[in-house]
Design a protein around this ligand. Structure first.
Ligand SMILES: [Zn+2]
Length: 132
């Protein structure tokens, strides 16, 4: 093992990401989209070109069992669903950060192995022989 004091900053960063990962909540990949609709009634205000239409209605893209579907989200669940979508983005961000930091950490250890000289390192390389 290399001297752990060469990599404390990276290890701290890794541990910080790990503890954030432990707090991940409910996840939805999403995205959550807003939709406006025209009802088709000739007397309705939505028939005017300047009118955005009825809405917004919220539609969530889902991948259920590998199949792409959409789900309409009731207004009172929009905030919750938005949080789930954001949580999923947070997870992806944390995951790629963790992979990056972990790779740096592994690289650093590898470099320490190669550049380390002196008694300490050679002593580490000696394998103990256990009597069989
Ligand atoms: Zn209308």
């Amino acid at each position: 093992m290399p001297d752990p004091h060469h990599t404390p900053a990276l290890e701290q960063q890794r541990d910080r990401i790990r503890s954030q990962l432990a707090s991940i909540g409910d996840l939805r990949p999403g995205p959550l989209r807003e939709k406006f609709m025209r009802c088709g009634k000739p007397t309705c205000r939505c028939q005017h070109e300047q009118d955005p239409g009825h809405g917004p209605y919220f539609v969530l893209d889902c991948q259920t069992g590998g199949r792409k579907t959409t789900r309409s989200i009731p207004a009172d669940r929009v905030a919750e669903t938005r949080a789930q979508v954001e949580e999923c983005q947070r997870l992806r961000r944390l995951t790629s950060e963790l992979i990056e930091v972990s790779e740096q950490l592994c690289d650093t250890r590898l470099a320490e192995d190669k550049t380390a000289t002196g008694k300490k390192n050679s002593r580490q390389r000696v394998r103990r022989r256990h009597p069989s």
